[in-house]
Ligand binder design. Sequence first.
Ligand SMILES: [Zn+2]
Length: 356
Amino acid sequence: MSNSALPTADQQIEFLAKIQRIFTEGEFTATYKFALLIALSDLAVELGRDTGEPLALDMKQIAEQFIALYWPMRRPYQSGLPGSQSDILAQNKGAQAAVLNQVKRFSDSAIQTLPRAIQTRIWPEVLSEVARVIRDQPVRYLQNVGGSTDPFLFDPPQSRKSLVLKPGVMFCLRRYYGLIHQLAKAGWIDHVKSNKLNATVIGVTDDLESFMFGASRQSLSVVADVLRPLQNDRCFYCSGLLRRESAEVDHFIAWARYPRDTAHNFVLAHRSCNNAKRDILAAERHVEHWLDRNASLGDDFVSTMQQSGFVTDLNTSISVARWAYQQGVENSAHGWVEKKVLENLGASCLDLFSGS
Ligand SMILES: [Zn+2]
């Protein structure tokens, strides 16, 4: 594959077949390989573009994604079933996974959120240690399948500090993001469930999926309080007045498309508007409004949201949205206007992002 050409349909299918082989034939002692696939696809969306070019990633960026993934799992899981006991889930078949032990260093000091953890004195040390484990383990073993190594995602890193996704890989990770996430999460849950060390914790039935990856557990009420005055007490979508009982915080790019709470992705809307929009991409006029709104939000918004534990990097929110709309345009998706009204999503909505 040349350095910038988009992968052909055949190459994309071959890529997916190789991803699938990792799941079906790869060996998983710990859950790191799942985390690595999720982290690489997240970074491809957040930092990449829809081109066939290689993507260089800093090992510490990957480590930060790992820490975010294991963050909810640093707490004990309680199934609440008779005969089960609350404990931290084993993420390895032997001794607890080193990455989780690093993340657990934040649970002792009553640090509730990841943004807070990042501000602590021990953060650089934790990040380096997690990066080291990633380098020594999943990066080394992820592409081992059926007794040999097939380096289709990346070559063995030349530097300790970075990892370079091969030409075409960033493109495929972005295009098949949903599928790869689903496969990796299902594999991860199975790994945890089938690990004998977890038998007494999980019990017979469970809600492991929502514990490990589930809908946001962060309270959105604080978001509503922050957004209401900024939106002059009006619905983001229809501009109608919000009455307190009918307002809801909406993920502008739906959670189902990209399950991460980033501060600039929130808008306040009527419950009826939110329900009508569902997981559909909002129409072009709303994108324009959203970009303008974000450009006008001040430092107060950012600091309040940061204190509440949300990711507040505007560029991340915009990159995710650009990616979602690119996918939408390619798949001839519709954009939601109001109530039951949809319109075709034109390529023109992508131009809106060009200034961002
Ligand atoms: Zn409305």
